[in-house]
Structures are given as C-alpha cells and as structure tokens.
Ligand binder design. Structure first.
Ligand code: HEC
Length: 264
C-alpha cells in the first residue's frame, strides 16, 4: 500500500520529529540538572538536613526519576517515527530480501512490548534484591531518632535535666544535624561529631564542651548562632529544644558513656 497523501504526512512527520527532538533535549538537560543537584548540592545522606528551593533530596530524586521516564517515552516515540527508516537501513545492511512496507503499528507495539518487558523485569529484580543493612547500631539509632522526634512536642515543656541520657537524648541530635558533614563520610574542618575527643579535647583551641559550663561552651555558641565568623552558620544553628537539651547535657556533666546495650 502506498503512503496516503504523502506531502501532508511528510510535513507532519518533519514537524513532529523536530518537536520530539526538542522535548528530548530539554528532558535530557533536566536530567543532567537534577542529577547534578543530587550529586553535589544535596549529596547522599543530606535528605534530613538540607533542602533546595523547597525540595529535599528525596523529592529531587523523584523529579529526576519522572524526567528520565519522560525522556524514555520521548525516545521510544522518536524511534517509532523513524521505524521505517531503521528497518530499511537494517534490511539493506543485512542484505535481506526486500519485503513489503513494514507495518508501523506492528513495529511500534513490538518495541513497546520489549521495552516494557525489560523494564518490568528490571524493576522486579530490583524490588526483590533490596536488603536491609544489618549494622547493629543502625536500627537502634533510628529508633532513638524517631523517639526523639515523637517526643519533641513535649520536649519543650519537660526536659529531665538530671536524668539526661547521652545516647538517647543527645547523640541523636548530632546524628540528625551534624553527622552528615562531620562523620565517617566527611570530616569538614577535620571535626567528627561521633568522636568523643573531638568535643572534649582542645585541638589548638578551647574544647567545644566544658562540662558543667554550658554558658561558655563553644558548642552551644555554635548551635545557637552566636559564634562570630562561623562558616556556614545557618547549617550550625539548631532548634531551641535541641539547644536546651545540649545545655542540659553539658550542665549535668556531659557524660559520654561507652556505648553498651545495657546503657539505654
Ligand atoms: C552542611 C554541612 C555541615 C553541617 C550539617 C554541620 N557543619 Fe559544622 N562545619 C561545616 C563546615 C563547612 C565547617 C568549616 C570547616 C572549615 O573550617 O574548613 C564546619 C566547622 C565546624 C566546626 C569547627 C568550628 C570552628 O570554630 O571552625 C565545628 C565544631 C562544627 N562545624 C560543628 C558542627 C556541629 C556541632 C554540627 C551539628 C549541629 C555541624 N557542625 C553541622 C559544615 C557543616
């Protein structure tokens, strides 16, 4: 069967091709841009502590995903629009006998089936291969953080200053707000918040924590935003209730017991 009204169809095709390529290019740029955000300004582990233009790392990840899905759809459409040409070229290359015009619909459906099938297979295998990381500390720390968040509504009203427990009441604050820049992965300024000596020993300056003296402990100045010339000051200020908690911990002697399961 000959193409119907060839002139009109070709015009439409050309326009569609240009449009599709333009959309593909835009989506591709979108992928690069969001990928950049996920790699640099909002690196892994920053979901809880950073947001950019109102979105967290997770939300940017979602946007990245939907853009890439859009790009895939556009690429499939692009292939379909060029299908006749592709089949002709391949046939010529492989010196296949000339067949009748390949059906665009049949080829399109075939492509879609192959793509959807392989994506489903991939998604399925990924779904069933996700494993929980069995680091002994992890679950408990998460539980602590959750506990802290749940109780934070009442925390303002009541903090048991005498009975403040480091691993339960204090460390989760560090974990949530500091560990990402001052932990195992990065040690900005050479400082690690999960290393006792980094808080208690003078490392060329006053120790950050002076037990019993929250009013003059530099840690409190840093997290309440009163330390002068603090780099990235906004990343270092904590909510009022966390400051209160840290102060109470310092004033009660700043215990940092060896972590044992019994000590919780
Ligand atoms: C987004 C990253 C980030 C987070 C989160 C963060 N910091 Fe920092 N911190 C920095 C950077 C950057 C510096 C400066 C490093 C340098 O001087 O090279 C710094 C420096 C410091 C210093 C050295 C201060 C000085 O006098 O120079 C201390 C102490 C510190 N941070 C404590 C904390 C504490 C406590 C928290 C949690 C409440 C925290 N940081 C959260 C990025 C961060």
């Amino acid at each position: 069967m000959k193409a119907k009204t060839p002139h009109f169809t070709n015009m439409n095709r050309t326009l569609a091709n240009i449009l599709i390529d333009l959309i593909a290019a835009l989506l591709f740029l979108g992928m690069i841009a969001t990928g950049y955000l996920l790699r640099f300004p909002l690196p892994p582990g920053s979901n809880k502590s950073l947001s950019l233009w109102g979105y967290t790392r997770h939300q940017w990840g979602d946007i990245h995903f939907w853009i890439s899905l859009g790009l895939l759809v556009v690429l499939v459409v692009h292939l379909m629009l060029h299908w006749n040409w592709i089949v002709t070229v391949i046939a010529k290359r492989c010196r296949l006998p000339k067949t009748a015009q390949p059906s665009l619909v049949r080829s399109g459906v075939l492509t879609a089936v192959v793509v959807i099938l392989s994506m489903t297979l991939f998604a399925w295998s990924a779904q069933y291969s996700v494993k929980e990381i069995t680091r002994p500390m992890r679950g408990k720390q998460l539980a602590h953080t959750r506990q802290l968040n749940e109780s934070s509504a009442t925390a303002q009203a009541y903090i048991d200053k005498e009975n403040i427990k480091f691993w339960q009441d204090v460390y989760p604050i560090f974990e949530t707000h500091c560990l990402f820049c001052h932990g195992p992965q990065r040690q900005l300024g050479g400082f690690r918040v999960d290393r006792k000596e980094d808080l208690f020993e003078s490392r060329g300056h006053e120790p950050l924590v002076l037990p019993g003296q929250s009013a003059v402990s530099p840690l409190i100045a840093i997290v309440s935003g009163t330390k002068k010339d603090m780099p990235m000051a906004d990343k270092h200020t904590l909510p009022e209730q966390d400051i209160t908690r840290l102060k109470a911990w310092i004033d009660s002697g700043a215990q940092w017991p060896v972590k044992t399961d019994a000590g919780k």
